[in-house]
Design a protein. Sequence first.
Length: 210
Amino acid sequence: MLVKSTPAEQRTVLYNISWDTFEALLRDTGEDRGSRFAYDCGTLEIMTPLFEHENPKIQFDRLILVLAEELSIEIKSAGSTTLKQRLAKRGIEPDNCYYIQTESQVRGKDKLNLETDPPPDLAIEIDITHSSVNKFGIYSALGVQELWRYNGEDLKFYQLVEGQYVECEFSIAFPLVSISDISSFIQQSKSMGEIALLKLFRYWVREKIK
């Protein structure tokens, strides 16, 4: 077993970890831990988020909730729920994830099982520093159709096409918005008050759908 740490985002990487060990770590550490796991065929990355990681996560979540509300789209937020499939030997805990197109299929459920339930329709990944695992490979194996990735400066939208993620300009779940639209508001969140930002975004959405 080898361990490597990346100070900037407090990442620890463990190699040659069996699936059963991964499952045991999930059980033993529980849902209230501050770190997040990403497992890729024997490689386990444990990431402890910093403030510069968590604040954008919150901003994305609020913007998505405003979008869903103003567009009258029902969603089910799954947060950093552990998404895993034993057969694929992959698992991940996104910064945020949402059921949107398939919301009705998980409505009322208390637990998710990706062996029988659909994966979330949209996942948000914030990677301020470079991850040591192939997160695209993990998400594609789990079947997540849309991924937004933000590195602290640049935002990119990805759509799953024939098992591979390809960049796209507009969101699949929210075709109204483009990368540049969301990027603009995320950038403004660095210098604006959060309530003022949400008011501005809500006004923008309402004007867009007139």
